[in-house]
Design a protein around this ligand. Structure first.
Ligand SMILES: [Zn+2]
Length: 334
């Protein structure tokens, strides 16, 4: 509500009261910093002028189709207010910085090295650089060790052998995990979800069966000091995920990707199952943020609205679990 100057003449008391009331509210809002959130799964990328808008939870209505028909589109743009992509690098950078400052989100970021450096420079306290490798052809073990030892990268991820038709326990990746284990660098590994038609339309090497959390067991047995988190929480293989976390006491998960793509009820059923099984201290918040910056608010809202989670469990998922997992100093977030 706004009062014009004219309306205020002769109503000084009321106006002043309102002015002070509004001033106090905005001061209170400014001084009340949002509680910190750690998003453990962000992809560094620029904006794209040709990118499509996207409807969250687009997989709630998987199209029926056949091999001789036009392949179904991967995402869905048919909703009341689809999320808009960042149309330029500057727009994307600004959105990330705004999330860092206004939403108080700290991000573990992998992907385009140039973009990671740019974001890190703009908000060094809010960007945790992560170095991903999914295939030995991408980088030698020596180069990988040098990069991790340089001190810039604090995390290894996203490791995504599933997209290459490979198990995470494949021996070609073993030395890389050995380096992370030796340097005490935590590792994020993609397991599980891919979206509609990932194997037969998008990525021919992809296999749903290579996202089974049990495939991590041999690798974990070879590297007992390695700290890993299973990205996408091995969705939808809750039984294997729970058994793996039970057998391996240091394995955590993140909620990235499926939190905004699969049907909302399904997401809550899956998350609730993990919590019900006793793992609320090992679930970390993550978005899988790509070029649609509003995925941040969309995903935060999913956790905030989860009425089966206590406030303490929400704070664990948003913040405390990641602080513990990544050995961060909680006092630096105050
Ligand atoms: Zn992933």
């Amino acid at each position: 509500m706004k009062l014009s100057t004219f309306q205020c003449i002769g109503k000084a008391t009321l106006c002043c009261f309102l002015c002070f009331a509004f001033a106090n509210t905005s001061m209170a809002q400014e001084s009340k910093k949002r509680l910190p959130i750690i998003d453990v799964h962000v992809h560094a990328m620029g904006g794209n002028p040709n990118a499509s808008p996207m409807c969250p939870w687009f997989l709630k209505d998987m199209p029926g189709s056949g091999p001789n028909q036009e392949p179904p589109s991967f995402i869905n743009t048919n909703c009341i207010s689809p999320l808009q992509p960042a149309r330029s690098d500057a727009e994307m950078d600004a959105a990330i910085l705004r999330a860092n400052k206004e939403l108080n989100v700290t991000m573990v970021v992998s992907g385009d090295a140039k973009v990671i450096h740019r974001w890190h420079k703009a908000a060094p306290d809010h960007i945790i650089p992560s170095l991903g490798i999914s295939n030995a052809n991408e980088m030698t073990v020596e180069a990988f060790r040098d990069s991790l030892s340089s001190g810039f990268y604090k995390v290894m991820g996203e490791v995504a052998p599933q997209y290459q038709g490979m198990s995470p326990s494949d021996m070609s990746l073993d030395e890389y995990f050995g380096v992370a284990e030796e340097l005490g660098v935590p590792v994020g590994i993609h397991m599980g979800t891919g979206g509609n038609g990932m194997a037969n339309i998008t990525r021919p090497e992809y296999r749903a069966s290579l996202g089974q959390p049990f495939l991590l067991e041999d690798m974990l047995a070879r590297h007992p000091k390695l700290k890993i988190w299973v990205m996408h929480a091995g969705y939808p293989m809750a039984d294997q995920m729970i058994a793996l976390m039970g057998a391996n006491a240091y394995v955590y998960v993140d909620l990235a990707g499926f939190i905004w793509s699969y049907p909302l009820e399904e997401i809550h059923t899956y998350l609730k199952r993990l919590v019900q099984a006793g793992f609320a201290k090992r679930i970390m918040y993550g978005t899988d943020l790509m070029m649609w910056p509003e995925l941040l608010e969309t995903s935060i809202e999913v956790i905030e609205s989860a009425n089966y989670l206590s406030e303490e469990q929400k704070r664990d998922i948003f913040f405390n679990n990641a602080v513990r997992f990544f050995n961060l100093d909680a006092s630096k977030f105050e």
